[in-house]
Structure formats: structure tokens, C-alpha cells
Design a protein. Structure first.
Length: 186
């Protein structure tokens, strides 16, 4: 083979290699991107399946959320009321319960609230006097209130002590209730 033909063949091979270089580079890029996309799809597939499952259970989840909100309303005052309004409302409710049960309210006070796990705990202190049956009635009614009224402390004493007690009459009791109600924080 003569040198000119050899040169032409080398130039043709070199030109062909230069022309094929972008095609080979493009093919390598496509194969690399395809492998990357397959890897991403494998990572996203479980998440997508979970999302499809959540979407399929949307109505059940919505119903559960509504039930949970209704149950929450049984125990907690709404965030729409401010702290003072909630405390005053709970205080008035407790005063009404005690009066209806036959207790005489000596004093009642709403104390400053404390934040507790995303809620405001509003303490109430109520001092009352009455007979044992009235105290029992008030306790029975307190346990059934919605939103819930929690009894934190209860101190009951007999007025005048045991030495001065006449067994012919029902003893008169003096009670101090430390109660609290919960309010949602906004």
C-alpha cells in the first residue's frame, strides 16, 4: 500500500472516530441517565405506593380526624376563646354545679394558666361548705362535665372538728377544690 493511500485510510479512520465520538458520548450519557432514572424510580416507588394508599384511604382518614376532633372537644376548650374567657366560663360552670348540689360557695378564683404540651392548663380554686351528700353530688356531676374539669387536689375538713360534732345532725364540711381545665393553644 502506498503512503498516500495509507494516509487517506488513517485520515478516514480519524475522521470517522471524530464523527463517532459525539455519538458514543451521547450514547454513554443516555445509558448513564437511564441507570440514574431507574435508581430514582426504585427509590420513589415505595413512597408513591404509600401515597396511593393514603389517597385511597382519604375518606376514612377524614372521618377519623372528625371523630378525633369531636373527642378532643369533650376534653378541651377551643382555642377560639381567650384564656380569661375560658377561665371565667369554667369558674361559672363550677359555681353552678356546686350551688345546684347544695354547697355554699365561700370563694372561687381563676389562677394564671400554665402551658402544658401544647395546651393551656387553667387552674381554679374553689372553697365551699356543705353536707357530705352535697359534696358527693358535686363530685359526681364534676366527673361528667364536657369539656372535662380535672380535680387536682381536694381538701375536706369537718367544721368544728370531731370533738364538737353532734351525732344527731349531719356534719358540716369545709372543702377546698383545686381544679383545672385545658384550653387549646392557637
Amino acid at each position: 500500500m502506498n503512503p498516500i493511500a495509507l494516509r487517506r485510510a488513517a485520515l478516514l479512520a480519524l475522521s470517522l472516530a471524530v464523527a463517532l465520538l459525539p455519538v458514543v458520548g451521547g450514547a454513554w450519557y443516555v445509558v448513564h441517565k437511564h441507570a440514574w432514572a431507574q435508581e430514582r424510580l426504585a427509590q420513589l416507588e415505595p413512597r408513591y405506593a404509600r401515597l396511593l394508599g393514603l389517597e385511597a384511604q382519604h375518606t376514612e382518614m377524614k372521618a377519623s380526624l372528625q371523630r378525633a376532633s369531636a373527642l378532643r372537644a369533650q376534653y378541651v376548650y377551643p382555642a377560639a376563646q381567650d384564656e380569661a374567657q375560658t377561665g371565667n366560663q369554667a369558674q361559672q360552670k363550677v359555681r353552678d354545679i356546686f350551688s345546684t348540689a347544695g354547697l355554699q360557695i365561700i370563694s372561687s378564683q381563676v389562677l394564671p394558666s400554665k402551658e402544658e404540651k401544647g395546651f393551656d392548663r387553667i387552674p381554679l380554686v374553689v372553697r365551699a361548705e356543705g353536707e357530705l351528700l352535697a359534696v358527693q353530688s358535686a363530685l359526681a356531676v364534676l366527673g361528667s362535665q364536657q369539656p372535662a374539669i380535672v380535680i387536682n387536689e381536694l381538701d375536706i375538713q369537718m367544721q368544728g372538728g370531731l370533738a364538737n360534732h353532734n351525732p344527731k345532725f349531719a356534719p358540716r364540711l369545709s372543702a377546698q377544690f383545686t381544679l383545672s381545665v385545658m384550653r387549646e393553644r392557637s
